[in-house]
Design a protein around this ligand. Structure first.
Ligand code: 5GP
Ligand code: MG
Length: 183
């Protein structure tokens, strides 16, 4: 019996088999896009994962993308007033990142209000990226608070709190291989 703990008040949403099919689909879409885009220099393509949630998705995704690319991670967290509408996004680990004239793919496991990806997209464009595309495994479209959509989406999900496959609940459950809804 597995020693991994699963919260009692949770229901399965996507099994690890289903997740790998979704990731494979996103990988194929990215492969097609990359093969059909101009690439002046080798090494232009940079996938940037948003920690911590995206690490497992990133690891699976890059192996499904049939195109040479590089991988970096930044850490993003929202902070500020308790009022959600005025939340700010703090970004760490940008130092030393070579962004100029590169095609950036921001990889997040979930897009919710959209504030994190919007802030990061702005930041990367200000830092001189040639292009910034957004990749999200899960999309809670009904929760969006800002005008932004991911360019590559795994699957849309309803407004619910999900855990597993990198997603935490108070730093726990990131290590589950499936995705569950907490009720
Ligand atoms: P956004 O800025 O789009 O509101 O949210 C971005 C981050 O909030 C996600 O990358 C993720 O870390 C966290 N988040 C949003 N929805 C959920 C969820 O249902 N479960 C968990 N564990 N984290 C979430
Ligand atoms: Mg995240």
């Amino acid at each position: 019996m597995s020693l991994k703990k699963i919260p009692k008040n949770s229901e399965p949403l996507f099994s690890s088999k289903e997740i790998s099919l979704i990731v494979e689909k996103v990988g194929q879409e990215l492969t097609t896009h990359l093969k059909n885009s101009p690439h002046p220099n080798e090494g232009d393509t940079l996938f940037v994962g948003i920690l911590k949630g995206s690490w497992m998705f990133m690891a699976d995704l890059v192996r499904k993308v049939d195109f040479p690319l590089q991988v970096e991670f930044v850490r993003a967290s929202s902070y500020g007033s308790a009022k959600e509408s005025s939340r700010l996004v703090k970004v760490e680990n940008m130092n030393g990142l070579n962004i100029k004239n590169r095609d950036i793919f921001l990889v997040d496991e979930i897009i919710d209000t959209g504030r994190t990806l919007l802030a990061l997209k702005k930041l990367f464009l200000e830092e001189g990226a040639r292009s910034v595309k957004l990749v999200a495994l899960l999309d809670k479209k009904s929760r969006r608070e800002v005008d932004i959509n991911a360019d590559f989406v795994g699957v849309e999900i309803p407004d619910a709190f999900v855990i597993g496959y990198g997603l935490d609940w108070g730093e726990r459950y990131r290590d589950l291989s499936d995705i569950r809804v907490v009720s």
